[in-house]
Ligand binder design. Structure first.
Ligand SMILES: Nc1ncnc2c1ncn2[C@@H]1O[C@H](COP(=O)(O)OP(=O)(O)O)[C@@H](O)[C@H]1O
Ligand SMILES: [Mg+2]
Length: 144
């Protein structure tokens, strides 16, 4: 999968929408990697819209709530592990069970717990460039 670039928050939302419609699998795990303020949550705003789950302004950071659900039925689970420190804390969230559902499971800060994730997943690494420019490097790992 290629590298994408955006120059504003709006462009990142539009990119998320396009990825949701044309690039991301129908269901399964998406790990979003990038520093604080890189644009992970902003990308999820677009993905949620692309999956017809909810408008962008209903997406907010699950930093304290840990898991947000978008859509009825839920089409996107949005998880933020920034505040968790131990694998056993993550285990109590029941993410494995969410991965069996017919939805995307998008995780911010999943790289803190590399041993927990199935191999079959999409990773999107967000790089901050000059000004408001961001690069989105996508890789798909497929178990099959
Ligand atoms: N190209 C861009 N894409 C996404 N966000 C951008 C961009 N340029 C500037 N921003 C700003 O960067 C911040 C990204 O925040 P957020 O998506 O919450 O990051 P993260 O979830 O990675 O911590 C927002 O304040 C947004 O307005
Ligand atoms: Mg975030």
């Amino acid at each position: 999968m290629p590298v994408y670039k955006t120059n504003s928050e709006e462009e990142t939302i539009a990119l998320g929408e396009r990825l949701a419609k044309d690039v991301l699998p129908p269901r399964g795990l998406v790990l979003l990697q990038g520093n604080l303020g890189a644009g992970k949550t902003t990308l999820v705003k677009g993905i949620a819209r692309g999956r017809l789950a909810c408008p962008p302004d209903e997406v907010s950071s699950p930093t304290f709530t840990l898991i947000h659900e978008y859509g009825e039925p839920v089409r996107v689970y949005h998880i933020d592990l920034y505040r968790l420190e131990h694998e056993r804390q993550v285990a109590t969230l029941g993410i494995e069970e969410l991965l069996d559902r017919d939805a995307l499971v998008i995780i911010e800060w999943g790289e803190k717990f590399p041993r927990l994730w199935p191999r079959d997943r999409v990773e999107i690494r967000i790089e901050r460039h000059e000004g408001d420019q961001r690069g989105f490097v996508t890789t798909a790992t497929n178990a099959s």
